[in-house]
Design a protein around this ligand. Structure first.
Ligand SMILES: [Zn+2]
Length: 231
């Protein structure tokens, strides 16, 4: 029973002991983008992708941590992942010159297995953790305004074209959030930027709901879809 409460192995390397070992923590720092959290563009770039900042590359052990957190219920890894998203959020606000007024942090709805099976909302947990980890005095407010308008297939395993089709008009801003979103700056946050289809669709729904401006921030970007190869 205790193992359910205290993970007995590292989520990155599966060695017994700490839930996130020092070796994996050091390896994580090597996945950071070279100039810190930076603007990234998937290849091919989706039409209407909002300007999006990522913290680092989606490689192990970060990939293992995100998978364990999202699909295996390892919510203890929030302490590893939330500061990375917070750093990407900070850079996205700075890049957008959003220095005055509130910024709404909008988690991208998840199509992950655990959300479908258990009804978990890991993306809301991660966004909330990042808002709490945020150290600047900028006013951030967690607003889970975007919800699926219909059932969508899991994005994993779909091609870029299929992902875009799968998500076309798939999301909506629920009516109770409309007055909150209207004329506001919204930062859509997610764990991984793969094709950009999810953030693009969230941005469309928010702009349709009257948002002033939408940007994106993610923990990681999938390396094979970026121009960052060759690092
Ligand atoms: Zn480890």
């Amino acid at each position: 029973m205790l193992d359910l409460v205290l993970p007995a192995e590292c989520a990155g390397c599966h060695r017994a002991g700490a839930s996130w070992c020092r070796r994996c923590d050091r390896a994580l720092t090597r996945l950071a983008l070279p100039s810190g959290p930076s603007m990234v563009v998937p290849d091919p770039p989706p039409r209407r992708l909002p300007d999006t900042v990522a913290w680092g590359l989606y490689d192990d052990p970060l990939r293992a941590a995100i998978t364990a957190w999202k699909d295996e219920g390892r919510r203890d890894l929030l302490t590893v992942l939330a500061p990375l998203l917070a750093a990407a959020m900070e850079a996205a606000c700075a890049h957008a010159d959003w220095t005055q007024g509130p910024v709404l942090i909008v988690p991208a709805p998840s199509s992950s297995r655990s959300t479908r099976i258990r009804g978990d909302m890991p993306s809301v947990d991660l966004a909330g953790g990042a808002v709490r980890a945020h150290l600047s005095r900028r006013t951030l407010r967690l607003v889970p305004a975007v919800a699926p308008a219909r059932a969508v297939a899991d994005q994993a395993g779909l091609s870029a074209t299929s992902r875009t089709a799968n998500l076309r008009r798939a999301h909506v801003v629920a009516s109770r959030w409309l007055p909150v979103v209207r004329d506001r700056r919204c930062l859509v946050v997610d764990d991984v930027l793969t094709t950009g289809a999810t953030i693009t669709e969230c941005a469309r729904a928010l702009m349709q709901a009257g948002a002033m401006e939408v940007r994106g921030a993610t923990v990681a970007i999938s390396r094979r879809r970026t121009a960052l190869d060759g690092r």
